[in-house]
Design a protein around this ligand. Structure first.
Ligand SMILES: [Zn+2]
Length: 450
């Protein structure tokens, strides 16, 4: 009888080994994803466009027009969501004074980011995950602060995603903290995100991931006629902008140029996003941003935080940074008519699934090491329990050195594993898994020499 039981147990554990690639969805996240609503997104964008212009240099005194009215409205929305959800979401306009730079700021400017925080429920967990969009916009001339600039896609689309995520997620509890932010001054030189990233660094915020959304509401190429709402790009840096000199030797020796913090985050968002959102492919782009273009994730990566940028697959340059006009039969300008709200719904849901999975996850495993002293074709990894939460176990991830994504997962409840694959032929990483199946970000091993 005892032997039979042992046999059944070993068969069960064998079958669980074979089913290791079937990942169950978290019903709480599935429910939140299902609540992302195209009509809500339309109402936010329509309101943002109604402020005429949201140029960072525009009026802050008019209650209906300009960046001042726009950021007050965003604050009102965050406060409304907070009331509907029991008051745990706290929001304010974080202002700073910017001096003229002789370039894109020509007079002293009061800059304001609208920041809403959903504090984590675990007081010992100081991790922060953030979603960001930029509220400001521009006409063809970035200094034109007077005339109309709808900015529906660039970047009311990103701000709408931030608002919708806040509306839905503020009703839920997460051990880690979430920050929802719409910054200003992006078009004037990433002013708002620079201010926020610098503040985070000075105050030692433990930001583990930033999802920046900028131009993600209409996949519609102006030259090549590609209209496709099934793909979104995630941009992530390769070699780290932060302290590259210090890290370059190790990166070269270990071949980890494709395994930095931003790239791990990109891999994670692709896997998690595609798990929860049907008919959406998250396409990893191996560069920090498009040619000669900037975004609000960059001030974070420059300070060593993992941050990525989401942008539609094909941009439309007759709409972006263009005065609204008709020319030779072509409608120029960033109008709301051009937004594909079903596409924006999927992209918002993809953001939400990732934020929720991260904020529900247990912490990254600590001290992940790969044994390198012995000449062997086996791989021995070890690690320590995470600082945050109690994981039900760990996934050991494996991929070929030329593969973009993790190809195999091994589940273990222990803090070490021996695998019959050579460490010289594959890359490995370890992530913790919470009781509900939420994975932490992946941590790559460092060589253990003694
Ligand atoms: Zn933008």
């Amino acid at each position: 009888m005892k032997n039979l039981l042992l046999l059944i147990l070993s068969v069960l554990s064998l079958s669980s080994t074979f089913s290791q690639n079937i990942i169950m969805k978290d019903p709480e996240i599935e429910k939140m994803v299902g609540e992302v609503n195209a009509d809500s997104l339309r109402s936010y964008i329509s309101r943002m466009v109604s402020f005429g212009t949201r140029n960072t240099l525009s009026t802050q005194k008019d209650s209906r027009r300009g960046i001042g009215a726009a950021r007050n409205w965003v604050l009102t929305k965050f406060s409304e969501f907070s009331r509907q959800a029991g008051g745990r979401l706290t929001a304010f306009i974080d202002t700073t004074t910017i001096q003229p730079d002789g370039r894109r700021v020509d007079s002293i400017l009061l800059l304001g980011n609208v920041v809403a925080t959903l504090k984590g429920t675990d007081p010992s967990d100081d991790r922060i995950f953030s979603i960001s969009g930029h509220l400001d916009n521009m006409r063809t001339n970035v200094m034109d602060r007077v005339n109309d600039a709808p900015g529906a896609n660039d970047d009311a689309s990103g701000c709408a995603a931030v608002l919708e995520a806040a509306r839905i997620m503020s009703k839920h509890q997460f051990p880690a903290t979430l920050i929802f932010v719409t910054v200003s001054g992006e078009e004037q030189g990433l002013l708002g995100s620079n201010y926020m990233a610098e503040k985070a660094k000075k105050e030692n915020w433990n930001i583990e991931g930033v999802l920046n959304n900028d131009i993600m509401g209409s996949n519609n190429s102006n030259e090549t006629n590609i209209i496709d709402n099934t793909k979104i790009r995630v941009f992530s840096e390769g070699l780290p902008a932060f302290e590259l000199d210090k890290k370059a030797n190790a990166i070269r020796n270990l071949g980890t140029e494709n395994d930095g913090a931003a790239r791990q985050l990109a891999r994670y968002v692709k896997e998690t996003g595609e798990r929860y959102v049907p008919n959406l492919e998250v396409v990893m782009i191996y560069r920090n941003d498009r040619y000669l273009r900037g975004g609000d994730h960059t001030p974070y990566v420059q300070r060593g935080y993992a941050a990525v940028r989401f942008t539609e697959m094909n941009e439309n340059y007759t709409r972006q940074h263009q005065d609204v006009r008709m020319e030779k039969g072509i409608q120029y300008g960033d109008l709301i008519d051009h937004i594909d709200f079903e596409y924006l719904r999927k992209n918002t849901a993809m953001n939400l699934a990732n934020l929720a999975n991260l904020a529900k996850s247990t912490g990254k495993p600590l001290d992940v090491k790969v044994e390198v002293r012995r000449l062997t074709n086996m791989t021995n990894l070890s690690w320590k329990a995470p600082k945050y939460g109690k994981p039900k176990g760990f996934y050991v991830l494996m991929r070929e050195t030329t593969a973009p994504q993790w190809q195999k997962k091994f589940f273990t409840t222990e803090a070490q594993i021996e695998l019959p694959y050579s460490k010289d032929n594959y890359f490995f990483a370890v992530q913790s898994v919470s009781a509900d199946g939420n994975e932490s970000l992946a941590e790559i091993p460092v060589p253990a020499r003694q």
